[in-house]
Design a protein around this ligand. Structure first.
Ligand code: XIL
Length: 299
């Protein structure tokens, strides 16, 4: 195969990218994105602040631009994200307790209702675990009660039974880290108690402080063994090592339930980390990097 999407499809997987609605008028960007990728995540446009800027008033114009571009070009869409401590609109930041809990439920119903039947997988809850210690992150959502995550997942299952429901986080790639174990224990508990969860998203932002480790394959295998799919949802590798990119692909391909890989942007110049981080598969001129070739041949 000569593109990332087609190469991933050879094993029944997908290869995706984050898409920014503001770049859909850049033909250099859309040419690469359309040619290479067959799964799309809106980089910001389906987040809470974008979709519910005022309580009870939903806004899907930017999200729909990304969704429609993907659908018109035959690509599936991952929904990102419904319950998160970050990128909350001001009205939500100032809520607490039962009114925040209800606002979370209403938000999930409003956004999933709009996209009902159209989304491959939703990141229902994003980044709920603390960076160290293996416990929950303190946030306004966490302060509504420890059951907020399972309430979010139960709400999501009813809102769109066709979507896979994912828990998504960063720094849960290294199997030895407490944060990874904390999330693993939550997923194990959810499966044991019948809380609806279908997938775990490993963001996989690799850098000097959280580098790729060869136990990544163990992490993927361990989550999959709980009975969930695993998706690599926001891959970028600071410095863009071709060897590390190939390792990531090989680790996913080694696990049947690792169903796809998404890089967090198209060209280095599109990266949230800045072009200097050179973390993606295409350079700022749209040229394929060594990492691209390594990924294509590993798929
Ligand atoms: C980032 C976007 O790439 C930026 O454009 C935005 O300013 C901040 O959010 N984890 C996530 C993503 O789940 O939503 C974040 O995306 C990157 C880290």
């Amino acid at each position: 195969a000569s593109t990332l999407g087609a190469a991933a499809a050879q094993s029944g997987r997908y290869f995706g990218t984050a898409i920014a609605s503001g770049k859909l008028g850049d033909s250099a960007y859309t040419t690469i994105a359309n040619r290479e990728f067959n799964m799309v995540t809106a980089e910001n446009e389906m987040k809470i602040d974008a979709t519910e800027p005022n309580r009870g008033q939903f806004s899907f114009s930017s999200g729909d631009r990304v969704y429609n571009w993907a659908a018109q070009n035959g690509k599936r869409v991952r929904g990102h994200t419904l319950a998160w401590h970050s990128q909350q609109p001001g009205w939500m930041q100032s809520l607490s307790g039962s009114s925040l809990r209800q606002a979370m439920i209403d938000h999930i119903n409003g956004v999933m209702g709009h996209y009902k039947g159209k989304i491959y997988a939703w990141d229902v809850v994003n980044e709920a675990y603390a960076d160290s210690g293996g416990g929950r992150r303190d946030s306004n959502l966490q302060r509504t009660g420890n059951d907020w995550i399972e309430v979010a997942f139960r709400t999501a299952r009813t809102a769109d039974p066709a979507a896979k429901l994912c828990y998504n986080d960063y720094n849960i790639d290294n199997w030895t880290w407490a944060k990874t174990q904390g999330v693993y224990n939550m997923v194990r508990d959810f499966k044991a108690r019948g809380v609806p969860i279908d997938c775990v998203g490993l963001q996989s932002h690799f850098n000097g402080n959280s580098p790729y480790n060869s136990n990544y394959r163990t992490t993927i295998q361990s989550f999959a063994a709980l009975g969930v799919d695993v998706q690599i949802t926001e891959l970028d590798i600071q410095g863009g090592s071709a060897t590390t990119y190939a390792n990531v692909v090989n680790d996913c391909l080694a696990v049947a339930r690792c169903t796809g890989i998404t890089t967090w942007g198209v060209r280095d110049s599109d990266s949230w980390l800045g072009a200097g981080a050179a973390p993606l598969l295409f350079d700022g001129n749209g040229n394929k990097k060594a990492a691209y070739t390594a990924v294509l041949s590993a798929l």
